[in-house]
Ligand binder design. Sequence first.
Ligand SMILES: [Zn+2]
Length: 72
Amino acid sequence: MSRAAVCIGCGQAIGPLPRLNRLPDGKPCPTCQDRLLETLPPVLPAPLAELSFEDWSDEGGDEPPDDYLRGA
Ligand SMILES: [Zn+2]
């Protein structure tokens, strides 16, 4: 019943985690690349420039900012 997920580009099996398979000629599979880009968070510099500090503090708001001072 279990159907193995296979990339339509390179024909290699797709694991539980996105992986970049390589074609027989050694080049990375473009289909795997597209799938990775859809899965991974955007790492392009453009959205990074639009990130404000409010977005950053919104995620780590529970951590005290002066926690690193205790090591002194
Ligand atoms: Zn592929």
